[in-house]
Design a protein around this ligand. Structure first.
Ligand code: 4AD
Ligand code: MG
Length: 476
């Protein structure tokens, strides 16, 4: 008999019908009640066995983590907690899980411990819920852009350029590291390398997305990006996924509108379509918060999500933000690790979080940053000091989106490239879009795992991607 998924059975149960369920045993109580989960939903189905009719040796094999196929009748549940259950007629153990060795027992495991067994943590309620929400968010993002007439573009993962100019790149090479070819001047001869030049994993698909936008109008990428920054924080990964829309003829205001609309769409999509998983994650967060002092507790998850959907983001300039920060209490009494003294200072996450969580209590979009602390491609303002940049800051997260209107004027872009010490010949193809039919355009990058942190209420970015890559960690 073909198996029915638990999600479908619960959605449309026919009392009295016979079904086959396949899944993994979560718990087995009183030699009678098996809670089975098949991953299709956070909900388990309860299968009830008549232990008197079953051999002891077979009953013993129904353990947490084992896989099982049960055949039986759908009946109204006698117990609390579920509306239906299965009266088992026959069952088969598909795969044993020795309880002496299986590390996931029906008790609370710490998130740290679960990271060490990331190959099995999908089988917990928390990671099942996160994985399903992650899928829904991927789907929502594609739907959002598709419905608006954007085209998805695959940009290269191996590149010869440093899009952000930050130099935090993973090298890609096939050279023998024990016998590196050298040039006459003693440098490594990359002509001998696979691509005949220096290459790395991409830090961003933006530059290539711009090329596409300047022909297709509105495009977006959704791909893996890699940063070799040695930041061991709860918000940084060495390999993360980024969504980068790029739109011809858009200015910074259009760009902010698009980003705000997209974020609200995704959060609303989660509320509307991932209700059970979000409810579970909300309860998890509430439980976790109980052990924290009151002032460190976060808003209940669902309240926080609704708040973002229903309220306009605050928009202000970097210069205005610096004034607020300079006057702020934590700046005056030394509570910030990095005191804000002068205009031009780069904002740290403590400053971003102060603005969002204390000053405005809303998502904030900061614009017009000093050109020195932003990338070369951002459009220069008439003051010659600031650029048309924007960062979106979220409660509990800090920066979730970074973007800008792009410098479309060839001469100014060339000056900027020089100032940033970028060899012109390495970006000749990028410059040609300004030579041939240049137009104003703008785009941004959304860090997918930062969005996942916000939507799930998880606090460590290692817990919202299946197999995190961080400094000194590439297991699995
Ligand atoms: O601000 P970033 O560096 O901007 C860019 O890469 C631009 N090319 C985007 C564009 O305009 N098309 O990165 C964009 C976002 C950040 O706001 C943050 O959410 C996320 O990517 N991000 C990271 N997420 C996880 N781990 C890291 N190490 C991240 N670095 C950036
Ligand atoms: Mg940024």
């Amino acid at each position: 008999m073909k198996r029915i998924k638990i999600i479908d059975l619960i959605a449309k149960p026919t009392i009295g019908s016979e079904v086959t369920i396949k899944g993994w045993v979560r718990t087995f109580r009183s030699n009678r009640f098996i809670a089975i989960n098949d991953g299709s939903t956070i909900n388990n189905i309860q299968a009830v066995v008549d232990y008197e009719k079953i051999e002891e040796s077979l009953l013993k094999r129904i353990t947490t983590g084992s896989s099982i196929s049960v055949f039986g009748k759908v009946i109204e549940s006698q117990g609390k907690g579920q509306s239906i259950e299965i009266e088992v007629k026959s069952f088969e153990i598909l795969g044993d899980a020795n309880p002496e060795e299986f590390p996931l027992q029906p008790k609370k495991h710490s998130l740290e411990f679960l990271r060490e067994i990331a190959h099995l943590r999908f089988r917990t309620n928390t990671f099942g819920a996160i994985s399903r929400v992650r899928h829904s968010m991927i789907f929502a993002i594609h739907k959002f852009f598709n419905d608006k007439g954007f085209f998805n573009i695959h940009t290269p993962i191996i590149t010869g350029s440093d899009a952000e100019g930050a130099g935090e790149m993973f090298r890609v090479t096939t050279l023998n590291l024990n016998k590196l070819p050298k040039t006459d001047t003693g440098n490594i001869d990359f002509k001998e390398d696979f691509f005949g030049k220096e290459t790395n994993l991409t830090v961003s698909g933006q530059l290539e997305a711009e090329l596409a936008a300047l022909a297709l109008g509105q495009v977006y990428t959704f791909g893996p990006t890699f940063r070799a920054e040695n930041s061991n924080t709860t918000r940084h990964l060495a390999e993360f996924w980024m969504i980068e829309p790029e739109v011809a003829f858009n200015d910074l205001n259009d760009n902010m509108d698009l980003a705000e609309e997209m974020l609200k769409y995704c959060v609303k999509y989660a509320l509307d379509n991932c209700t059970e998983d979000i409810n579970f994650l909300a309860a998890r967060l509430e439980d976790e918060d109980k052990s924290k002092p009151k002032e460190q507790r976060s808003l209940p998850l669902i309240e926080k999500l609704r708040f973002v959907v229903e309220n306009d983001f605050v928009r202000l300039t970097y210069t205005e933000a610096i004034e607020i920060l300079k006057r702020s209490k934590p700046n005056q009494n030394g509570q910030f690790k990095y005191q804000i003294k002068d205009w031009g200072a780069d904002l740290q996450s403590e400053h971003e979080r102060f603005l969002v969580e204390k000053e405005f209590k809303k998502p904030v979009i900061l614009t017009d940053y000093p050109s020195e602390i932003k990338a070369f491609y951002m459009r220069q303002n008439d003051d010659n000091k600031t650029v048309r940049a924007m960062d979106i800051l979220f409660p509990g997260i800090g920066e979730i989106v970074g973007g800008s209107q792009r410098e479309e004027r060839m001469e100014i872009l060339k000056q900027k490239i020089k100032k940033f010490n970028i060899p012109e010949e390495s970006v000749w193809w990028y410059l040609e879009t300004r030579k041939f039919g240049t137009v104003p355009h703008a785009g941004f990058g959304l860090g997918f795992e930062r969005l996942m942190l916000f939507v799930t209420g998880m606090t460590n970015i290692r817990d919202v991607i299946p197999f995190p890559r961080t400094p000194k960690n590439a297991e699995f």
